[in-house]
Ligand binder design. Sequence first.
Ligand code: DGL
Length: 295
Amino acid sequence: LGPTETNMSTPAESPMTDTPRPIVGVFDSGFGGLTVLRALLSTITGAHFVYIGDTARLPYGAKSRATVARYAVESARLLESRGAQLLVIACNTATALALDDIRSAVRVTVVGVIAPGALATAEAIATSYPGLTNPDVLVLATAATVQSHAYHAACAALDMSATEMACPLLVPLVEEGWTDHPVTRDVIRIYLREAFAECTPRGVLLGCTHYPLIHAAIESEVRGLYSHAVVVDSAQATADAVARTVATMPLIHQLTSSPSTFECFATDSVEKFQRLGSHFLDRSISTVHLLDLGG
Ligand code: DGL
């Protein structure tokens, strides 16, 4: 099947199964949330994931709280109306700025990426530095996420001190495919040097869905600064949190052990979504549906 144009009210491509599967909605501003979908697909069986990437309105990371909340609520409502029994906000910026708005706008359970990422960082630091109290965590994220201080609050709730660093150049570099490029390494080094002048972190938390693709580059630059800080991204941590949430829901009884399926919707070029998205998902995406959310 090639790219198709549709809207959410018409039936989209269905999973090839005999029995209907529970639907889990996954939402991101674009491609980055596919790193979370990748972890979800390898962690949860028997579900059908419906992914919306709001690529027409990307990036969210430079937008205001009101705008991000309006966009995110729109997609969340759409996913709920399409039968999602659980929503995963696979976008740090949308989670940071709009989680409460989304939770008030829908009836289904909503899981964001920030609390799981902070928890995974606390666990990783506790493993690497047993007995250490109130460790410093360096959070790398978009400007909007940093301004919200959502990570500061999530880390404080786990007795960690957060230094938040906006890294606005990293999203475009990753989208350019420059994940292992000297320019990207230089940019990472400049951000890290600036941050390390302010703190001595025991953990570096990748607070943006694009950063798992440059995890290795960030880790190597952290080591270049003679730091043993653990570098943590929230994709797997979020999938684990979703699995724990699902285990408490009636939904768990409908999940079979067969591999989960997925379908993708994008609000801009489906070709670009297929091309770039396959790097984030680490597998090819045969079909992407174009979704008109009204610009
Ligand atoms: N998905 C966003 C995040 O995780 C990054 C891309 C954007 O700015 O929209 O913060």
